[in-house]
Design a protein around this ligand. Structure first.
Ligand code: GLC
Length: 428
C-alpha cells in the first residue's frame, strides 16, 4: 500500500469508529447500533447509507457489517415497506432534524418514503466475505418482502421499472434532473432552498389522504419518476437476491423468479430509457414517461449491470465518461455533466447532487467498469478518489475540478474507499 492509501485507510477507519451510534431508543425500547452518515449533520440511520457502511465495515470487522444490516432491518414493516430513515435518537437531535426537513413520516420514528435498494448487494458482499449462510437466512425475509413490495406498490404501469414519488427517494435529493417537475430554476442558488422545501411540502400534502393506500400514490402523477440509477440498483439487487435465495437453500423457483425480474428491469432500461442518438440513458418523468434530458451520472449508471449490452456500455464509457466536456474532470465522476447549465461543482446552491463528486457513485461505477473490461479506467478513478480524500479528508462530496472537500465532515459512505483500495490490491 502506498503512503497516501495508508493515510486514507486510517482516516476511513477512524470515521467508521467515530460515527457509530449505540443505545436504547425511545422507539419502543429497541436497541440500535449502527454507523451514521455524520454525527452532526446526519445522526440518523439512512437506508442506502447503511448498506454502503456495511460494505466498508467488511474491511474493519465483518461482525459490524452484519450488525449494521440487522439494525436497519428493525425498520422493516409487515407489508414489506422499509423506510428511508429511522430516527433512533430523535429527541437528542432536534436541530439536525430541522436541517433534513421536510420529511414525510409514517411513524414518529421513521419516514414514509424509500431509498435505493442497495441492501441486497450489501448482504451478498457480506456472504462473499464471511460465507455465513445463517446470516443470509436471518436477514433475507424482510429484504425479499421489500423487493416484492417495490413491485406491488411502485410499478403501477407494470413495465418492470419502479417509480419514485419524491426526489429524496433516489438519494439524489436536489439533482437538477428533477428541477422541471419540482418547479426549481436550473440556475439554483442558496435562495432556492425554501422553494425546494415548499415543493416537497406540496407533494406530501397531495399524498396525505393516501397514507393507508400507498399503491395509489404513483397514479396521482404528482411526482412519478422512473429513475435510471434507482432501477439499475434495483436490477442489480434482484440479481443478488436470486443468489441469496439459493444460498439460503430456498426453492430454486424463487431464485428463477428474481433472475427473470432482474432481466426484465434491465430490458426495460435498454428499451425505454436508452437514447440511441445521444448514447445515454434518461430517467422517465411523470405518468407520460417523458425522457428527462439533464445529463447526470445517472445516465451512465446501467454500466453497473454485467449483462448490459456491451455496445451500449462502450458508448457510455467512450463518449461520455471519458469525455472532458462532460464527466472526465480532474477528480471524476461529477454528479452532473460539466456542460449542463445547472453544473455547480463549488456547491453554490448549498443543495446536494448538483455537480460535486461522491464516493458511492465512484464505488458503483468502479465495479461496473471492471465488469465491462475497463479496469484501466476503474483504476484511474480509484487513484483520483484516494488523492481527493488524502487532500481534503473524509468529506460528503468533492469539487471535481480541484478535489476540495464540501458538505459534511467525517462522512460515512466515503469510507467505501476501503473497498476500492482493497479491490485495487486484489483483496476484495
Ligand atoms: C443526503 C443525501 C442522501 C443521503 C443522506 C444521508 O440527504 O442526498 O443520499 O442518504 O444525505 O447521508
Amino acid at each position: 500500500m502506498s503512503g497516501d492509501q495508508r493515510r486514507v485507510v486510517a482516516e476511513a477507519r477512524r470515521v467508521l469508529e467515530g460515527n457509530r451510534q449505540r443505545g436504547l431508543s425511545a422507539w419502543g425500547g429497541r436497541r440500535y447500533d449502527f454507523v451514521c452518515p455524520s454525527p452532526t449533520t446526519y445522526p440518523f440511520q439512512w437506508f442506502w447509507d447503511s448498506a454502503f457502511h456495511a460494505i466498508a465495515l467488511l474491511h474493519v470487522d465483518p461482525e459490524l457489517a452484519k450488525q449494521e444490516i440487522r439494525c436497519l432491518m428493525q425498520g422493516a414493516q409487515p407489508d414489506g415497506f422499509i423506510p428511508h430513515m429511522i430516527l433512533w435518537e430523535k429527541g437528542a437531535h432536534e436541530v439536525a432534524l430541522r436541517e433534513v426537513q421536510p420529511i414525510w413520516l409514517a411513524d414518529p420514528f421513521y419516514t414514509a418514503t424509500i431509498q435505493p435498494p442497495v441492501v441486497a448487494r450489501a448482504v451478498l458482499r457480506i456472504h462473499e466475505a464471511t460465507r455465513d449462510a445463517d446470516f443470509v437466512r436471518e436477514v433475507l425475509p424482510p429484504i425479499r418482502r421489500f423487493f416484492r413490495w417495490l413491485k406491488a406498490v411502485r410499478d403501477p404501469d407494470d413495465d418492470g421499472l419502479v417509480a419514485l414519488i419524491q426526489p429524496d427517494e433516489s438519494g439524489l435529493d436536489a439533482s437538477p434532473k428533477y428541477d422541471a417537475l419540482m418547479g426549481i430554476s436550473p440556475e439554483s442558488t442558496e435562495e432556492t432552498l425554501p422553494e425546494l422545501e415548499r415543493s416537497m411540502q406540496r407533494l406530501y400534502d397531495a399524498y396525505a389522504p393516501y397514507r393507508s393506500e400507498p399503491a395509489r400514490i404513483p397514479a396521482l402523477d404528482v411526482f412519478t419518476w422512473e429513475d435510471v440509477m434507482v432501477n439499475a440498483i434495483y436490477a442489480d439487487g434482484l440479481r443478488c437476491l436470486a443468489k441469496l435465495v439459493a444460498i439460503a437453500g430456498d426453492p430454486p423457483r424463487e431464485a428463477d423468479e428474481f433472475s427473470a425480474r432482474a432481466n426484465r428491469v434491465r430490458h426495460a432500461l435498454e428499451t425505454k430509457c436508452w437514447d440511441e442518438d445521444r448514447g445515454v440513458f434518461w430517467d422517465l418523468a411523470g405518468w407520460a414517461e417523458k425522457p428527462a434530458q439533464t445529463l447526470t451520472f445517472t445516465s451512465l449508471f446501467p454500466l453497473i449491470l454485467e449483462d448490459l449490452d456491451p455496445r451500449k456500455a462502450k458508448r457510455l464509457v467512450d463518449e461520455h465518461l471519458l469525455n472532458e466536456k462532460e464527466f472526465w474532470l480532474p477528480y471524476p465522476i461529477p454528479s452532473v455533466a460539466a456542460g449542463e447549465p445547472a453544473f455547480d461543482p463549488g456547491w453554490r446552491a448549498k443543495t446536494t447532487w448538483r455537480g460535486p463528486t461522491w464516493v458511492n457513485v465512484n464505488w458503483y461505477l468502479y465495479w461496473g467498469l471492471r465488469a465491462h473490461g475497463r479496469a484501466d479506467v476503474a483504476s484511474h478513478i480509484v487513484d483520483r478518489t484516494v488523492a481527493m480524500i488524502d487532500r481534503s479528508g473524509v468529506r460528503e462530496f468533492y469539487d471535481p475540478r480541484t478535489g476540495e472537500g464540501e458538505g459534511a465532515h467525517d462522512f460515512g459512505w466515503t469510507t467505501l474507499v476501503l473497498d476500492l483500495i482493497a479491490a485495487e490490491s486484489g483483496g476484495a
